[in-house]
Design a protein around this ligand. Structure first.
Ligand code: GUN
Length: 301
């Protein structure tokens, strides 16, 4: 069997086109409060090279869909109070509808306190405890972008996900836990497995849908996958170049070549989940802006 490649780049391009069309409608809107231009503020503390690349991509794509982008770069030595005061300023700024504080944060900063200081209505990452709680209890929430992107690709493939056995490998607040909540809400039978689970290969082999989000390069081998399963690889791991001065390359948490011979469908790395994450961030910003102005959030499915 050779798996179908799930083209996250194409999904993301299509979602961005829908977001851009809605942003144009808002710009020409005759709503009583006037036209609206959604705005996204991204805060980066320090100089982590991977985070700098993400933040640059987010800012570029935000502008490309017609939204305002606000970038705040702070020194790696920034203290908690200074970061909290920036978040509070962004909470009050009516031009800012979405706030994203890039993780990881330097060790002197309490990341949970910063995330929970963001206005939940502007929490386009969906990491605030109120949004996490709403998602867990089936209430309207801003949903974390990476799992939201995974769910959209799965729903495009399967339509109704009812009754599918989904195994989520990884239990982070950013991906694993919200992914499990979303799949549960979509009527899957969900198993969450992690580094302390006994016999991971056997658990994974039960999966109709396997979502790998562990951050370990190529950990999921072909014989962990049930023939005909759908595999979503969230991992983005940079391998060292083979020759000094050469370019490193990116691999996922799944051994892609081998897994492609067993699975029915699989996301590649790069070009799978990654592009969908940013597209979902733009979708969440649009949702937040519409709600803030008393408009209904558009359906982007
Ligand atoms: N770092 C890695 N992924 C993410 C993300 O989705 N949001 C934020 N804020 N930081 C991240």
């Amino acid at each position: 069997m050779t798996a179908e490649i799930i083209d996250g780049k194409a999904f993301a391009a299509s979602l961005r086109t829908k977001v851009a069309a809605q942003v144009s409608l808002l710009a020409a809107d005759s709503h009583p409060d006037g036209a609206l231009q959604p705005g996204l503020a991204v805060v980066l503390v320090g100089e982590d090279p991977a985070s700098q690349v993400y933040v640059r991509n987010k800012a570029r794509q935000t502008q490309e869909v017609g939204m305002r982008s606000f970038e705040h770069r702070l020194e790696a030595t920034t203290g908690q109070a200074e970061l909290l005061s920036l978040v509070e300023r962004l909470n009050r700024d009516p031009a800012v509808h979405g706030i994203l504080v890039q993780l990881p944060l330097p060790a002197q900063i309490d990341a949970a306190a910063v995330i929970n200081a963001i206005d939940p209505a502007k929490d386009v990452d969906g990491f605030h405890i109120l949004n996490a709680g709403r998602l867990a209890t089936g209430q309207d929430a801003l949903v974390p972008c990476t799992p939201l992107g995974c769910l959209m690709m799965l729903q495009a493939r399967f339509g109704d996900l009812s009754g599918q056995h989904a195994v989520v490998l990884g239990r982070s607040n950013i991906v694993g836990k919200p992914m499990a909540q979303l799949l549960l809400a979509a009527n899957c039978t969900v198993t969450v497995a992690h580094s302390r689970s006994r016999d991971l290969p056997a658990i994974c082999r039960e999966a109709d849908i396997l979502v790998a989000a562990v951050g370990r390069p190529r950990m999921v081998a072909a014989d962990w996958i049930k023939p005909g399963a759908t595999v979503i690889d969230v991992g983005i791991n940079r391998l060292e170049p083979e020759a000094p001065g050469g370019k490193g390359w990116l691999v996922g948490d799944v051994d892609f070549e081998a897994a492609s011979r067993v699975a029915a469908a699989i996301t590649p790395v790069p070009g799978g989940v990654g592009p969908m994450t940013i597209a979902c961030l733009l979708a969440n910003t649009l949702t937040a802006a519409c709600r803030a102005s008393g408009r209904a959030a558009p359906d982007l499915q």
